[in-house]
Design a protein around this ligand. Structure first.
Ligand SMILES: Cc1cc2nc3c(=O)[nH]c(=O)nc-3n(C[C@H](O)[C@H](O)[C@H](O)COP(=O)(O)OP(=O)(O)OC[C@H]3O[C@@H](n4cnc5c(N)ncnc54)[C@H](O)[C@@H]3O)c2cc1C
Length: 464
């Protein structure tokens, strides 16, 4: 099965959907063999890059690939961080959904029919014109796609209050084994008929089939929001502050955490006036009507000040936006610190955060590594970044060992190895730790049911 595809299957694909949709140039094939994963991973230059334009095209592609046993690697914008869209077999083809980018908003039912290649930000902008809201906001929202977001069950700061992508997917249409189509859900909020296959597809990372459309739920857009910055002189106080806020009757629309090194990194990258001597900070956003957000943010300020925490409330949207841009710049900012980065996105139950945060620092000290922690602390989802010099293999190995301990720590506190970025290629070994042998067998059984020949994104998530 090894080696680049012979001309025949490629010709069959061209004949099936049109040659202008099948690109075999070496430039294109190389370009589509990467995603945004920052560490070296297993990777192959695919035999072709295919650009379907409709569900019918996708059906024909899967029919040919299933008959010819060609591995298929679905791709949105390639912004994934765990190698999900990366081809691992040169016999395989990348299926890029960028041309399937139509959507239709149903205002009366507050739902939308969306193709997978729609860029999340474009969709959100359009939805908001009708007073509606699609909350999932991964930091990559300006370029990542709805298909990629569904396949990874993406989340972001607003997911504390509004939930992750999964909460907004009411139904999907996907092409599975042999080119068969499965359709689940409808533009309705209540539906308990049968097993929940819709949710099974959310977060399945392209391993069960190719998504060709989704029905998304929309909610009313909150008219106003307010932001505050809380500055901490000790890490231990952060967990207490988070608990106080979340038990005060106020439900922030975002509650983001940055540790000392994250603050310094982002200030050195694009300064916005964050205090570089602070141990940590929280960015807190509330939303609602304009009068309610003022009350809420003042209450948050009062309760944090009572804990001895310094709080600055943004006076206008401009000030607030600067803070949120600083938060979203963290990924690129870390690139300035060292040439290599392992970025993990573990989750802890919130009650353990006060204990777990100092333990993470202990791991970094043990392996003598620069570690930067930030993330969605309101839902316990932390981005733990170990930075190293790419030319220094010994330092890189220490970083890899430190990551193993970070996952062990998260699991020992009943947490998860990933809250957002998925398993892809980079976390396969750890998935078994989390699921145990019985759970892992069930995952494999599900995969085989949809994809008995292991042709949809083989080698990702579960290993058959
Ligand atoms: C700077 C930066 C910040 C980020 N911030 C966040 C964040 O805050 N939260 C977060 O959750 N993620 C974040 N990410 C990760 C990434 O953006 C998300 O995982 C995103 O959902 C990937 O979308 P994509 O369109 O780029 O998909 P890709 O990376 O192209 O693909 C992701 C997965 O989806 C599968 N896939 C794509 N389309 C289909 C389809 N039609 N059918 C079946 N499978 C498909 C692919 O095979 C792959 O497994 C960030 C990434 C970067 C680079």
């Amino acid at each position: 099965m090894l080696g680049i595809l012979k001309r025949d299957p490629i010709d069959r694909l061209k004949k099936a959907i049109g040659k202008e949709k099948v690109n075999t140039s070496i430039v294109e094939r190389k370009l589509y063999s990467y995603d945004a994963t920052p560490i070296p991973i297993e990777r192959a230059v695919p035999s072709a890059v295919i650009f379907p334009e409709s569900r019918e095209d996708v059906i024909k592609i899967v029919e040919v690939c299933y008959e010819e046993k060609i591995p298929m690697f679905p791709r949105g914008a390639g912004s994934g961080l765990t190698g999900g869209a990366v081809p691992t077999s040169e016999r395989g083809v990348v299926i890029s959904f960028e041309r399937m980018n139509r959507f239709k908003i149903d205002i009366d039912n507050a739902t939308a029919f969306v193709e997978p290649g729609v860029v999340t930000y474009d969709f959100q902008q359009e939805v908001e014109k009708y007073g509606l809201f699609y909350p999932p906001d991964p930091s990559s929202f300006k370029y990542s796609t709805i298909g990629g977001n569904i396949a990874e069950n993406a989340g972001g700061p607003r997911c504390l209050k509004y939930g992750v992508t999964r909460e907004y997917v009411l139904g999907i249409e996907a092409v599975i084994k042999d080119g068969k189509t499965i359709k689940t859900g409808n533009p309705i909020l209540k539906d308990v008929a049968g097993y929940d296959i819709t949710k099974l597809f959310v977060g399945s990372e392209g391993t069960l089939g190719l998504l060709t459309s989704a029905i998304l739920k929309l909610i009313p857009k909150p008219p106003a929001r307010a932001t505050a910055l809380a500055i901490f002189d000790s890490l231990e106080k952060v967990g207490t502050a988070v608990t106080k806020i979340l038990t005060s009757g106020i439900f922030p629309s975002a509650l983001e955490f940055m540790d000392r090194d994250a603050i310094r990194a982002v200030e050195d990258f694009k300064p916005v006036g964050l205090p570089k001597d602070a141990e940590a900070l929280l960015l807190i956003e509330v939303d609602g009507t304009s009068s309610s957000v003022k009350d809420q943010i003042n209450q948050v300020r009062d309760l944090l000040e009572n804990l001895g925490v310094q709080v600055k409330v943004s006076e206008n949207e401009d000030q607030a936006q600067k803070l949120w841009t600083a938060r979203k710049n963290l990924g690129p900012a870390l690139g300035n610190l060292k040439t290599g980065k392992i970025n993990e996105d573990i989750v802890f139950p919130r009650s353990y955060l006060s204990e777990a945060l100092p333990k993470l620092r202990e791991i970094a000290r043990k392996y003598d590594l620069l570690m930067v922690v930030f993330g969605h602390i309101g839902d316990g989802n932390l981005h733990v970044n170990f930075l190293y010099d790419k030319a220094n293999r010994e330092e890189e190995e220490r970083a890899e060992k430190a990551v193993d301990e970070v996952f062990e720590l998260a699991l020992s506190y009943h947490g998860s190895i990933t809250g957002e970025h998925g398993v892809g290629l980079t976390k396969r070994k750890f998935l078994r730790w989390q699921f145990g042998d019985v759970g892992y067998e069930i995952l494999k059984g599900i995969k085989r049911l949809f994809d008995p020949e292991n042709l949809f994104n083989p080698g990702k998530v579960v290993e058959l």
